[in-house]
Design a protein around this ligand. Structure first.
Ligand code: GLU
Length: 476
């Protein structure tokens, strides 16, 4: 049977890192066996509905290279793929489940759903007195116009068992399970009902979701069994943690995918890093494109211990990806950070210098501040023991440096470097006694991306000579 997985996000307005990982694993599980990946939007919780949120889901998945075979925009044979458009389809199944003995009519209203601070449903052991009302009597009350909901009926004796691909055998006493609402009085299904109906009707073979659903899965299994439908394979994922105690959570201000992109992380690095949060390839290798992952991913290598989101590791990985970009692509990605760069700057030279030296795109801003505006003169900066320089050395050498550079015809790093080395030789001083003062004069900073000659190329001849003149004047 062809594998069919689905990503069923609620449109909340951002892509939580844990959700993106779920989507990725669903996609990879399908693709690793030539299966289909389906996108279903679960928008029935109107309280949580956020304008534009569906576009964020589309854009995030597209940006990281997750393509869906069926979904609201691309269609498919099992639509509609937006839950609110499926509204009319649930009630007949709910009534059928009543007939089959897996649910009953309830006249006590809805009871507030109990949720914890993360918004997850709290499982309680509620046993509904209405399940004792004989079906014929219940039907009469409904015919007479009495409002009702449909609740799941659970025989509270014995143990429920199922096999999870990550957590193994799960056993839960039926007594623990809540006789929760499946169909509300307004005809809308609850998540607990809709997920079963939708997954069945869409032919989903593998249900992949967060481990917070482990304890409610026995309720879903009861429904699959009562309808006589095949249960899906379950793959529950451990949470992505911020530290040993806390889940990573957008509600607590932790980064979403969008935040990370805004902080200068590349989508391909983020997705590579996320893939390793709970899965390992079984080798030392860590750098994978999504296409490579789709070839080697296996459910067996998923880990049930929670993974800690390590921004230092992600930053390292992002640096690897930045260095591997084609030069033109890096130059393109750097453009938003070059907004304030003056016209005299050779932007391509700037990109060439930056690309090997940064780990996130936002680091560009701090690296180029001295290009945008030369910091105020500080004589102490010229002092450097290792380079054997100080303000006096700078005062002595800068005029000769200026003269050599002013006479330079070829303005590229190799030529400038050779010229300044030749100058050091001619003056009988160390290279550092030429290059270091030049770098300070051109940048006004102790640490810069690249050395004096790289900076000179970036600044161009005129600005280079202007900055040298200013330093010579300030030192005298
Ligand atoms: N809409 C649910 C969520 O965002 C989907 C859970 C599931 O995959 O069934 O948590």
């Amino acid at each position: 049977m062809k594998t069919r997985t689905r990503f069923a996000p609620s449109p909340t307005g951002y892509m939580h890192i844990g959700n993106l990982r779920t989507a990725l694993y669903e996609y990879l599980i399908a693709k690793a066996s030539g299966g289909d990946f389906i996108l279903r939007i679960e928008d029935t919780d109107q309280k949580r509905y956020v304008e534009g949120a569906v576009d964020i889901i589309y854009n995030t998945l597209k940006t990281v290279g997750i393509r869906w075979d069926e979904g609201p925009d691309v269609g498919g044979d099992f639509g509609p793929y937006v839950q609110s458009e499926r509204k009319d389809l649930y009630a007949p199944y709910a009534h059928k489940l009543v007939e089959l003995g897996g649910a009953h009519y309830c006249f006590c209203g809805e009871r507030e759903e109990q949720v914890d601070e993360e918004g997850n449903e709290i499982i309680c052991k509620f046993e509904d007195p209405c399940k004792k009302i004989p079906l014929e009597e219940a039907k009469k009350r409904i015919a007479a116009g009495e409002p009702y909901v449909i609740r799941q009926t659970i025989n509270k004796t014995g143990k429920s068992k199922y096999e999870d691909k990550v957590y193994g055998l799960i056993e839960i006493d039926y007594d623990e399970l809540d006789e929760g609402v499946l169909l509300k009085s307004d005809g809308f299904p609850t998540y607990n009902f809709a997920n079963v109906i939708d997954d069945h009707l869409m032919g989903i073979t593998h249900v992949v979701r967060g481990n917070e659903y482990l304890p409610s899965t026995p309720k879903y299994n009861l429904m699959y069994d009562t309808f006589g439908w095949q249960r899906p394979v379950y793959v529950h994922l451990p949470p992505v943690m911020k530290d040993a105690q806390h889940k990573l959570s957008k509600r607590n201000g932790d980064a979403s995918f969008q935040d990370l992109v805004a902080k200068g992380y590349l989508p391909e690095a983020i997705i590579n890093y996320i893939a390793l949060l709970g899965w390992n390839p079984g080798t030392e290798e860590e750098i994978f494109s999504i296409a490579e992952l789709a070839k080697i991913f296996s459910v067996e290598r998923l880990n049930k211990s929670p993974a800690i989101f390590d921004i230092v590791k992600l930053t390292w990985m992002n640096g690897m990806y930045i260095r591997a970009l084609p030069a033109e692509r890096f130059h393109q990605l750097a453009q938003p950070y070059y907004k304030d760069v003056p016209a005299f700057v050779d932007q391509e030279a700037l990109s060439r210098t930056l690309q090997p030296r940064i780990e996130t795109l936002t680091q560009i801003s701090e690296q180029i501040d001295f290009i945008v505006a030369l910091p105020a003169f500080q004589a102490e900066l010229y002092a450097n023991k290792k380079m054997k320089t100080d303000a006096a050395v700078a005062r002595a050498n800068l005029p000769a440096i200026r003269e050599v550079l002013a006479g330079q015809i070829e303005w590229n790093n190799d030529a400038l470097f050779a010229a300044l080395k030749a100058l050091a030789e001619k003056l009988g001083v160390k290279n550092g006694q030429i290059l270091y003062p030049a770098r300070i004069a051109l940048s006004g900073k102790e640490t810069t991306p690249g050395g004096a000659t790289e900076i000179a190329v970036i600044l161009g001849r005129e600005e280079t000579l202007r900055r040298l003149d200013a330093a010579i004047a300030a030192l005298n």
